[in-house]
Ligand binder design. Structure first.
Ligand code: GLA
Ligand code: ZN
Length: 676
């Protein structure tokens, strides 16, 4: 795999974080101390200006950038590069006062008051223009600064706007999408139901909380529109930036699996993917290894949006956060482990929110590298410093990629459609959770998995898993057929292929769009189980598989192999798990939600038809790979608070700087990177 080094200027892995000098302009002593401490902590980057608008432009048309220039100069003189944000994540009071259209309207159409952040109207022409002006001014001030590394667009895009401008934009978007022909829309949305036929696009309203929410096609299209509109807004910022500094990359920071925007649409407009990771470490509802596994899934989602380059861990908390329901401190050693997990999964940066704790307001207790105490001998500072040391030695990792040969299809449209469908059970649909649990089975076998959309090409994969793929986009069925025919191993589950991309049910049997030929099954019914109920599936394993939540009543073609049958209920004896030879490959169908132990056995069975070798990893060990040209780096992460030993490990350990000849011992939360 060809190395793709994003930041050749930086030695080692980029280490930085959000830095807010504007909050300390009356304390030059602290700003000077920041530089000293950043160097001590091994920071080579700082993200400036995320929320600096009211300092840049305290009143309309009056600009102050001297403080920014001063700070960028001092940072650069000390080897610290600047990632410069555009300040559109929060607006100065004067702006909202003078141009109220910049403020969003809520889901009842009521205008918000000024305040908080991440809440501008995406459509407002005035707001877009105000942002373009400040970006141009920023460029004039520091656009050619040698310390300027890249642009960070706004901050954590999210939310919806139901203002009149956005409603009009929605109607125009629909007219465009449905060929300016309302009959096409009516047919696609099945609006004859409850007499909801529209006469014109101007009658269509967004799904207001006190309005129309009974048309599944409308609900879905509103989500797509919000993504489209946010992307369009983002593009209006990017266009100015690219015209001014075409050589500098742009990113915007995503928020985990944020449901409100299809990140893959935004991703196409960005040069680099970056995201903010805040797992609930040490919680009381799952094991620490599971929390890490969840985080690994998030990393894989982000990485897979641009498979030809590393991504950025734009934010993480050095200690605790302030917005979880329980804000627990990371235990000693966990900061190192979690940061290196990001690198193991393909990140070329480790960055924080935030460098220094502010004294007041909403985030005064949010963790930071530098505490109110203001010293460098705190536990957290020392852990950050130790990590900084390690990251500076990882230059050879930079630009390497994750050579995944397994993919999981996980899709925003499917998420939205499953959440919105009326049917099944309110609390047990669990699409995300199901995907994450399945991902964790591969994790426990040491197999890296890309997490991709239905549209992404499958050429690089030997095994594809498509859990609960309820909504099928045009082309998906064809792509899965081609993948299997050429020798791929494919697995789908209950709730596959019920609706098309307007949420209209396929006729003639689920899974639709030709998938029933691929799997050789038709799901005639789906049964919902109460949480207290379960069923079993008798398979070729020591124990039967346990079924919870959902079970399908399947018709099976004669050339389909039945791998498991239901034990109880009116579908006792009926097929539940099947395998169908299709071309050179196999299409597996799992018609019920089964326990993960048996799911893992099925995955192992599938892997036996590939040339991928599952590993026998002790519980709590993660193993990931990055590759650059011929060199393979294998990361071993110990997510346990006790020492673990691994055998049959050979190669050079980048951290201990020793040749490993068989036995690798990993300290509690320890990490090794073995070069082969
Ligand atoms: C987000 C934001 C930051 C900060 C952190 C706190 O990621 O981007 O500005 O509020 O959350 O965890
Ligand atoms: Zn709006």
């Amino acid at each position: 795999m060809k190395r793709n080094n994003l930041f050749p200027q930086i030695n080692g892995i980029l280490h930085g974080g959000d830095y807010n000098p504007e909050q300390w302009l009356d304390r030059p002593d602290i700003l000077e101390e920041d530089i000293r401490l950043m160097k001590q902590a091994g920071m080579n980057s700082a993200t400036l200006g995320v929320f600096s608008w009211s300092t840049y432009e305290p009143s309309e048309g009056e600009f102050h950038f001297d403080w920014l220039i001063r700070n960028m100069d001092r940072l650069y003189e000390n080897g610290i590069y600047t990632i410069l944000a555009t300040p559109s994540g929060a607006r100065p009071a004067w702006l909202d006062e003078k141009y109220p259209e910049a403020m969003r309207c809520d889901e009842r159409g009521i205008r918000y008051h000024h305040g908080v952040r991440h809440n501008h109207c995406m459509t407002s022409p005035i707001y877009r223009e105000k942002v373009r002006i400040i970006i141009r001014k920023l460029y004039e001030a520091v656009g050619n600064h040698p310390g300027l590394l890249m642009w960070h667009i706004s901050n954590e895009f999210g939310g919806e706007c139901f203002c009149p401008l956005c409603v009009k934009a929605f109607q125009d978007y629909l007219a465009e999408k449905f060929d300016h022909n309302i009959s096409i829309l009516n047919a696609a949305w099945w609006t004859t139901f409850w007499s909801h036929t529209y006469n014109s696009f101007s009658q269509i309203e967004p799904p207001y909380a006190n309005g129309e929410f009974s048309i599944m096609g409308l609900n879905l299209e509103w989500k797509r529109f919000t993504t489209w509109n946010m992307t369009d807004y983002m593009k209006s910022e990017i266009a100015v930036i690219r015209s001014l500094t075409p050589h500098l990359p742009v990113t915007t920071n995503f928020m985990q699996l944020y449901d409100g925007l299809d990140y893959r649409v935004l991703a196409k407009e960005l040069d680099i993917i970056s995201w903010d990771s805040y797992p609930a470490f040490h919680n009381d509802y799952e094991s620490f290894a599971q929390t890490m596994g969840r985080n690994a899934f998030d990393h894989a989602v982000m990485r897979s949006m641009k498979r030809d380059k590393p991504f950025m861990l734009m934010e993480s908390a050095p200690g605790l956060v302030n917005w979880h329901s329980f804000n627990k401190q990371k235990r000693p050693g966990v900061h190192m482990l979690a940061s290196l997990q990001a690198v193991a999964l393909g990140s070329d940066t480790v960055q924080y929110f935030q460098w220094r704790k502010g004294r007041g307001s909403y985030e005064q207790y949010h963790g930071a590298v530098v505490d109110h105490l203001g010293r460098s001998d705190t536990r957290i500072f020392r852990e950050v410093e130790a990590l900084g040391q390690k990251l500076s030695h990882l230059d050879e990792i930079k630009g390497s990629l994750v050579p995944a040969r397994v993919a999981m299809i996980y899709d925003w449209d499917t998420r939205w459609a499953i959440a919105d469908m009326k049917g099944l059970a309110d609390e047990t649909k669990k699409y995300d959770e199901t995907c994450i649990q399945l991902y964790q089975q591969f994790l426990s076998l040491g197999i890296d998995v890309d997490v991709i959309s239905q549209e992404m090409p499958l050429d690089d994969y030997q095994l594809v898993i498509a859990p609960m793929m309820y909504l099928l986009k045009p082309g998906t069925a064809e792509s899965l057929k081609a993948f299997t025919a050429r020798g791929g191993q494919l697995l789908a589950t209950y709730l596959t292929g019920y609706v098309d991309d307007n949420q209209l049910c396929f006729l003639g049997g689920f899974p639709g769009d030709g998938l029933k030929e691929l799997f050789g099954v038709i799901s005639e019914e789906i049964d919902t189980l109460y949480p207290s109920e379960h069923n079993e599936i008798l398979m070729n394993t020591e124990t039967p598989a346990i079924v919870k939540d959902y079970a399908e009543y399947l018709r099976v073609d004669s050339d389909v192999e039945v791998l498991g049958r239901f034990k109880e209920d009116y579908y006792a004896g009926m097929p539940a798990i099947t395998r169908h030879k299709f071309g050179k490959g196999n299409a597996y169908y799992v018609g019920a939600r089964i326990d993960m132990t048996h799911m893992k056995q099925l995955i192992e069975e599938m892997l036996s038809h590939t040339d991928l070798a599952p590993m026998e990893l002790p519980h709590g060990i993660e193993c990931h790979h990055r590759q650059a040209e011929e060199t393979l780096f294998t990361f071993y992460l110990n997510t346990c608070d006790h020492t673990q030993s691994l055998y049959a490990v050979y190669g050079y350990d980048l951290f201990s700087q020793q040749e490993i000849e068989g036995t690798l011992s990993l300290a509690p939360y320890g990490v090794a990177i073995i070069r082969q």
